[in-house]
Design a protein around this ligand. Structure first.
Ligand SMILES: Nc1ncnc2c1ncn2[C@@H]1O[C@H](COP(=O)(O)OP(=O)(O)OP(=O)(O)O)[C@@H](O)[C@H]1O
Ligand SMILES: [Mg+2]
Length: 507
């Protein structure tokens, strides 16, 4: 076998070995040291060292080396531009010192090269996407003068690019590990309510308030669009309160005709009106020692409002058609999807009742304002409906993105129904975007507008920075392009797009 063929084989084996080593684990120092050893064993490249740029100190530090002691490693630090290693990172191109003994730039900081003759020092940048993140250096011991360093540099550049990818992956891995730690810490200080999902700050505020008010008898009013969980929170307050063993009574003020409302709420005596064949308790009486939820309280007719106010203040009322004053011990929680203040200003809602209800206002945000909760809600409902239906349906990452992007006008209820339908109807195990209902995939009209105006905004910025650069460089396109990181072709294209042309005064 010829000399060069033998070397080529060794190069291939070395490359294979390096990628095996770097694929084995995320132990950065160990694997890079093993890589440097491979260079020595296969390629007569000794004292291989990997320097990485510390983003904070802007210093190059050896992270792994072969054939250097710990002390020598610790000494090996360079600033950008300092020594050969510092120059390589500054320029982003390789440097070769054919004979180490004759080079003044060669700082030999580690003090490791005693026998100087016959050693070339090769140094290549470690770059990722055009940015130098470190340097790889080796001592090439040449017994054989026939070999050109060009080939060595080429091999080292390949190895440096494998190392670059490994380092970037490693950094990413470290970041996610750190994030996981931070997340764990954050979760510790968080509030949770059974079967209520909400990790967003807005929901956490609500949960915290629930904990604070549950013990008291304070009136709470829940504001929120349809399906945001008002009833769920009302129940949570009740079941966390000292009245948990008492009844939870729900009444929707918008659900029955006005004429029947009073007797529904306060009950009636026998013969109070035609059809009242026997006495009947109203909701307030039924809720005694418990909690009553008055849903859609904004729909309470004006003539009934003083009676509610009286219950709140005096804890007493009379049944319809009755003389007897009935005393109750009830906690009231109100809920509404309407703007009560506005109803007050329009004279549709009594101001005194509004203030009496508005003691502890809680605002339940719509889902579109807490999108980070969507994946958690999806997971929660998938689990519930999979269990109910004895299935094992999951949602693909792309489908989840569609679910997160959608703006859910019906809020959690709409999401819950959507997931239930998907689980029940799905014949497959993984829901793909094609399986999702069509309306989820169409952008809402206002979003289209937003995206358009965002695009226009970005284009404005781009146009003016290109014009700036052109003016600063006296309309020399190549210079201007370099200034803002475009290629001459790109700037030409953009100039045409934005109608930018060299002013007549300059031509
Ligand atoms: N944070 C949440 N976590 C889990 N399930 C929720 C959450 N919020 C709402 N839900 C579920 O969504 C559905 C609607 O919630 P709820 O009835 O409490 O809303 P609402 O605000 O009272 O709506 P509406 O105004 O239409 O009466 C319920 O099935 C409820 O269990
Ligand atoms: Mg409700």
């Amino acid at each position: 076998m010829s000399q060069s063929l033998a070397r080529e084989n060794r190069i291939l084996s070395a490359l294979l070995e390096v990628s095996k080593v770097l694929n084995s684990s995320f132990d950065l120092e160990k694997n890079l040291s093993r890589t440097m050893r491979v260079l020595g064993e296969f390629l007569e490249m000794e004292r291989g060292s990997v320097f990485l740029l510390d983003q904070h100190t802007k210093e190059l530090k050896i992270v792994a080396a072969h054939g250097l002691t710990r002390e020598q490693i610790d000494r090996g630090k360079y600033k950008i531009g300092e020594g050969i290693v510092g120059r390589v990172i500054e320029r982003g191109s390789p440097v070769v010192i054919p004979n180490v003994g004759e080079e003044p730039l060669f700082l030999n900081k580690t003090g490791s090269r005693i026998r100087k003759g016959g050693i070339s020092f090769l140094c290549v940048p470690i770059s990722f996407k055009g940015e130098a993140i470190g340097v790889l250096s080796v001592d090439r011991i040449f017994k054989d003068r026939a070999i050109t360093v060009d080939e060595d540099i080429r091999v080292l550049e390949i190895i440096a690019s494998i190392i670059a990818q490994y380092v970037i992956l490693w950094k990413h891995y470290k970041d996610t590990e750190n994030e996981k730690e931070i997340l764990k810490l954050q979760l510790k200080g968080r509030y949770s309510l059974p079967n209520i999902i909400g990790n967003s700050d807005r929901m956490q505020e609500v949960f915290e308030a629930v904990y604070r008010v549950a013990d008291s008898k304070a009136t709470v009013i829940l504001y929120g669009e349809s399906g945001t969980g008002k009833e769920l929170i009302a129940k949570a307050i009740h079941y966390m309160s000292p009245r948990a063993k008492g009844p939870f009574v729900k009444f929707n003020c918008a659900s029955i005709p006005e004429g029947l409302l009073e007797s529904e709420l306060f009950g009636h005596e026998k013969g109070a009106f035609t059809g009242a064949i026997s006495a009947r308790k109203g909701r307030f009486e039924l809720a005694n020692e418990g909690t009553i939820l008055l849903d859609e309280v904004g729909d309470l007719p004006l003539n009934l409002q003083p009676k509610i106010l009286r219950v709140l203040q005096e804890r007493e009322f009379e049944r319809v058609g009755g003389e007897r004053t009935i005393k109750v011990d009830v906690r009231l929680i109100a809920a509404t999807s309407r703007n009560l203040e506005e109803l007050v200003s329009r004279g549709k809602f009594r101001e005194d009742l509004f203030y009496r209800l508005n003691v502890v206002p809680l605002f339940l945000p719509p889902i579109r304002e807490r999108k980070e909760d969507i994946p958690l809600l999806v997971e929660f409902f998938l689990k519930r409906f999979n269990e109910e239906n004895n299935k094992d349906v999951s949602v693909s990452a792309e489908s989840l993105r569609v679910l997160v992007d959608y703006n859910w006008p019906g809020n959690v209820r709409e999401l819950e129904n959507t997931i239930e339908r998907l689980v029940v109807m799905s014949g497959r195990r993984t829901i793909r975007p094609a399986d999702l209902p069509l309306n989820l995939k169409l952008p809402a009209p206002e979003e289209v507008l937003q995206k358009e105006s965002l695009k226009a905004g970005i284009e404005d910025i781009e146009k003016s920075s290109i014009r700036d650069a052109l003016e600063k460089t006296g309309w020399v396109q190549a210079k201007a392009a370099r200034m803002i990181g475009l290629t001459p072709r790109q700037i030409g294209y953009k100039m045409k797009k934005y109608g930018l042309s060299v002013p007549a005064a300059i031509l």
